[in-house]
Design a protein around this ligand. Structure first.
Ligand SMILES: N[C@H](CCC[C@H](N)C(=O)O)C(=O)O
Length: 284
């Protein structure tokens, strides 16, 4: 089956985007994600998004990780999704809404010299209640500053829901060996019945944070929008940083603003990489 696609990235977190009508087989989306996201046998990406019609918003976004698992929300992804639908002429307004499994998100296209260079997204508020994340923490009102012991190391973690579960670990030094060794262990730790994304964060000063993320269902990625937003929300909650933050990831910089009412606005890049036709051999 030949499927037209575009590939975009948001701060190095890369995605394949297709239109629902070009492959209207929802039950096969996870299989399509695994095969198209494969870095050798497919196009290669961290995730797949499908642009569909919505009864409640301007569009509906399906998001799948490269391992085929579906996730409720994707921060870098929704910026790329917004650029895709705007550039494809599917929407004329610069402000519009996108239905996700984490609720309806409002996005704003940011244009310079007639081309979209970034998108601003209202990411909503963090959820702290363990049941809603979910985290196993009988009777606790949140999962902030908890200790996880793995081998001989103790991690002070804070887990929140930012559309998807995010565990935040503040550290003085970002050590990629630690990220890649302990990220996958924490991702699947028994505390997290549905798994978790894992963000290692270094506070540079009250306006700058560095983040490296091990993603649930995708592994180490160059950036994670919901992860960066979660880090900023927890840093603000713990008075470790201010309310306007520049967050540098390996793939680029995102700007997060924590509003008075705890809503968080993420602004960041969305860039085209390529477009073409994917030959989906779904017989195998
Ligand atoms: N890269 C995405 C996160 C995807 C979430 C997914 N890894 C999951 O929670 O299963 C972002 O920019 O927010």
């Amino acid at each position: 089956m030949n499927i037209p696609f575009k590939k975009l990235h948001g701060a190095g977190n890369d995605f394949i985007i297709i239109k629902y009508d070009s492959y209207p087989y929802e039950k096969k989306f996870n299989d399509l994600a695994v095969k198209s996201c494969h870095r050798r046998f497919g196009i290669g990406a961290d995730g797949l998004m499908i642009v569909a019609a919505s009864k409640e918003a301007d569009f509906k976004m399906y998001y799948y990780n490269s391992d085929g698992s579906r996730a409720n929300m994707c921060g870098n992804g929704i910026r790329c999704f917004a650029k895709f639908v705007y550039d494809e002429g599917l929407v004329k307004a610069k402000n519009f809404t996108i239905e996700t499994l984490a609720g309806i998100k409002t996005v704003e296209i940011l244009e310079k010299n007639g081309s979209v260079y970034a998108v601003s997204v209202n990411m909503g508020k963090m959820t702290l209640e363990p049941k809603k994340i979910p985290v196993k923490a009988e009777g606790a009102k949140d999962f902030i500053n908890r200790t996880i012991k793995i081998e001989d190391k103790e991690f002070l973690v804070s887990t929140v829901l930012m559309g998807v579960p995010h565990t935040v670990i503040f550290t003085d030094e970002l050590d990629m060996n630690i990220v890649k060794k302990f990220g996958p262990i924490i991702e699947k730790h028994g505390f997290f019945p549905e798994g978790t994304n894992v963000n290692f964060a270094k506070i540079v000063d009250e306006a700058h944070i560095e983040v490296r993320t091990w993603e649930r269902g995708a592994g180490y990625t160059l950036a994670c929008g919901t992860g960066v937003t979660s880090v900023c929300g927890v840093a603000h909650l713990l008075n470790l940083a201010g309310d306007t933050l520049l967050v540098s990831t390996e793939g680029g910089t995102l700007k997060i603003t924590v509003m008075e009412n705890q809503l968080m606005i993420m602004e960041g890049p969305a860039e085209d990489i390529c477009y073409g036709v994917y030959v989906f051999n779904n017989i195998l």
